[in-house]
Design a binder for this molecule. Structure first.
Ligand SMILES: Nc1ncnc2c1ncn2[C@@H]1O[C@H](COP(=O)(O)OP(=O)(O)OP(=O)(O)O)[C@@H](O)[C@H]1O
Length: 319
């Protein structure tokens, strides 16, 4: 997907000139992105700002027509926007949690969706009852959408989107701006919804907690290309050549840590702890040297935290 974006220099003169003669620049948003999801999978789609995640979601949900390339979801070409397709999928964006007129109450918004998506009365009643329970919406049903808080809007938005039971869900930063407990509640809801309905979910989020709690598989894109597609647990092994050796010892004076590895200062450690970054292949040898030479009380070898690994990966891509 290449966007054609209008550009101009700063200043009033350039602004006036651009009214007569517009200049454009091509922006390649999604280039080498290719993947396949199995029905019922919940997959994390992660990447730094501007990587092309939202553009991919918009293509797959039929909002954007890509400049080149192919996509099929449930056998449909998304950008043909066939009614039968749109009834089976949903795009939920954390930045715009709920659509439709903001003057409506939450219940009216649900009914509006019922008409739009032709949900039978029986299905509507059953789905609303289930969603109201799962999302704790009872007290919000008679409230106007415009007067809801961000977290409440997200819950109401999920209910209005899911009331027609889409089979494929595109969740674009669903926890954006939510507090810790609202984000955790949303994660629980998505996990439970996916299990109950067998929906396929593609989720973008900058919070690794979302991805780690919901997805076994992640697709990592950077600068419009897929850089990793696989098991979340293997991500650290693939992206980072280092492990962390954490050790506890009461007396740490006069030790030249550089002989063993690189001191890692990114972690919150207890007073007696030290964390060393050591290349994976050197871990057995360094560990035995540490134990032989120093009076260590406790030693563990860990993969670096995923957030850190991913951040380092993003930083490396910027250089
Ligand atoms: N409507 C548009 N016109 C021109 N360029 C666009 C448009 N929308 C997005 N882009 C550009 O396309 C690239 C990918 O944007 P996209 O929104 O898909 O990224 P993202 O991975 O979702 O980022 P973020 O994490 O910041 O939401 C960026 O360089 C962005 O500036």
């Amino acid at each position: 997907m290449t966007y054609r974006a209008a550009v101009r220099e700063a200043g009033l003169r350039a602004a006036l000139r651009s009214v007569v003669k517009r200049e454009y620049r091509d922006i390649e948003a999604v280039a080498e992105v290719s993947f396949e999801l199995r029905a019922g999978e919940v997959v994390g789609f992660i990447g730094p700002n501007g990587a092309g995640k939202t553009t991919t979601m918009k293509i797959l949900s039929g909002i954007l027509h890509p400049t080149v390339g192919e996509a099929r979801v449930l056998g449909f070409v998304p950008w043909r926007r066939q009614h039968d397709y749109l009834k089976k999928i949903a795009l939920v964006r954390g930045s715009q949690p709920i659509g439709g007129p903001a003057e409506l109450t939450v219940m009216d918004s649900l009914r509006y969706q019922q008409l739009l998506y032709e949900v039978s009365h029986a299905d509507f009643r059953a789905n609303v009852a289930e969603l109201v329970g799962m999302l704790d919406l009872e007290s919000l049903l008679d409230r106007q959408v415009r007067a809801l808080s961000l977290g409440e809007r997200m819950r109401a938005g999920l209910a209005t989107t899911l009331v027609y039971r889409p089979k494929v869900l595109f969740l674009d930063e669903p926890t954006l701006g939510l507090d810790v407990s609202a984000a955790a509640a949303l994660r629980r809801f998505v996990a439970e919804y996916a299990v109950r309905t067998g929906a396929t979910v593609l989720l973008t989020s900058h919070y690794m907690a979302d991805v780690a709690s919901l997805c076994r598989r992640v697709i990592l894109i950077d600068r419009s290309r897929v850089r990793y597609d696989g098991d979340l647990n293997s991500l650290a092994t693939t992206l980072s050549p280092y492990k962390l050796i954490k050790l506890s010892m009461p007396d740490r004076t006069g030790i030249d840590w550089e002989r063993f590895g690189e001191l890692d200062t990114t972690q919150d450690l207890e007073q007696e702890q030290v964390s060393l970054r050591v290349r994976r292949e050197a871990v057995p040898e360094v560990t035995s040297e540490l134990l032989r030479q120093l009076a260590i009380v406790d030693l563990t070898v860990e993969d670096p935290p995923l957030d850190l690994v991913i951040d380092q990966f993003y930083q490396a891509g910027r250089r």
